[in-house]
Design a protein around this ligand. Structure first.
Ligand code: ZN
Length: 100
């Protein structure tokens, strides 16, 4: 893979993630539910409270998935969120366990 393509892929993926806020377990209290606003990555629905933890999220959660996908082009597209990644992992492991 060319450096420019690698840089574009890394840039695109990293820009999907943000240190921001989201409603944990929506609907929010304002909408009649029990969800509260927390800090973290809204894309992955992952809670953390500091910039160092956000950087850990990028290096520990986001980059390994992206590099796996880039190193094996036959793999399906990258999951859109950590939640989707974990769902896929659970479904695959469940299917694998069910086989003889
Ligand atoms: Zn994220």
């Amino acid at each position: 893979m060319q450096k420019s393509a690698l840089l574009a892929a890394l840039r695109s993926e990293l820009h999907r993630h943000d240190f921001s806020t989201f409603v944990d377990e929506p609907p929010s209290i304002a909408q009649g539910g029990n969800g509260v606003v927390v800090t973290g990555c809204p894309t992955c629905i992952k809670k953390f409270g500091t910039m160092p933890h956000f950087l850990d999220h990028l290096t520990d959660d986001v980059l390994p998935l992206l590099l796996d996908r880039l190193s094996a082009p036959g793999l399906p597209p990258a999951p859109r969120s950590l939640r989707e990644y974990l769902y896929r992992k659970i479904v695959v492991s469940t299917r694998t366990l069910g086989r003889p």
